[in-house]
Design a protein around this ligand. Sequence first.
Ligand code: ZN
Ligand code: ZN
Ligand code: ZN
Ligand code: ZN
Length: 390
Amino acid sequence: MTIYKMILTQCAACATELGLSLGKKCGRCSTRYCGAACQGQHWKEGGHDKLCKPIKKAGGAEQYHANNKYAEAVSVAAKACADDTKGQTCYICTQALHWKTKEGLVRGCSCRGTSGFAHVSCLAEQAKILFAEAEENNLGKKALMERWKRWYTCGLCEQYYHGVVCCALSWACWKTYRGRPETDWPRRLAMGVLGNGLSDGKHVEDALSVQEAELAMLRRVGDSEHNILIALGNIAVTYNRLGRFEEALRLRREVYSGLLNLHGDQHFDTLREANNLATSLVNLKRFEEAKSLMRKMMPVARRALGENDETTLTMRWLYAVSLCRNVGATLEDLSEAVTALHETGQIARRVLGGAHPVTMEIERHLRESREELSARNVSSISEAVGALGV
Ligand SMILES: [Zn+2]
Ligand SMILES: [Zn+2]
Ligand SMILES: [Zn+2]
Ligand SMILES: [Zn+2]
């Protein structure tokens, strides 16, 4: 059985690693093999005799693979959203079932009530058209980037997509731009979107393979230091999800100080990386260091991004967590943490919605730290009572 990675980097028959360019290609459909033996065997016994034509028709092995993975991810997302989307219609095409693909609806942002239900295909089509329009009319890098965001943020609530919806859209993005040359920046960005989408959709091993291929490609084409740092930062997120905490921490220190040198402390990417570094420190129980990093950066984030930004919220939440998890946490620390979590929880509920993973995590930590605080209060009262000899 062929082990397909998310971007094809292996022999289609025996899974030998070929990187992004090595190996022998099928002359018709470009499926790659380690050599003639595997190619012959795959044709006779691996079913390639039947698949070669449809693969060629789709535009080659990479495109065929991306199309299939996309369709699979859409059906996973629609299934996961089925309860939530029952009786609703798509805000783009106004139908419940997509006219062509018959896919169901999804919602994975911060839209609430009856707002924001859509087909992944419709969201993807919209992002594609908006971006193409900006490219055709030479609207400039800033407008292009604004429109590019639609591959991972909702046009209505302006928050990030998360989970299975984020993952399905990332496949849509990759399948749209993967055919362009490597030197084309939308293709490079699309690879980054796919890596992050896979990671967010909990396909963490696959995410890592895409992100490693992306990094190799960025280095090969001599991309900017900024883009290489961002790619390294994304790899660290995935290390973290894989439980490879020490490696994640080492990488994050490098990325954070690199971005700090490059852009200063007010830049969005520096602030986001500060959070990632703090997450690693918390995972490794280095609470003192996490606390002082967050204490230093919180006022900067508030000024640069505002109180309601997801990055600012995450920063305050990480600060509170490192306050109350610290071994030497005092009662004052605990009550400061409870206050911060209470406030950020309310903001998160308002801005991101109660079903958003960040809101749910903040509220979980709020419950925990309240329990901890009341347990400590009870014991400190009984100690005081004991000391009085009552
Ligand atoms: Zn082979
Ligand atoms: Zn072929
Ligand atoms: Zn639709
Ligand atoms: Zn939304």
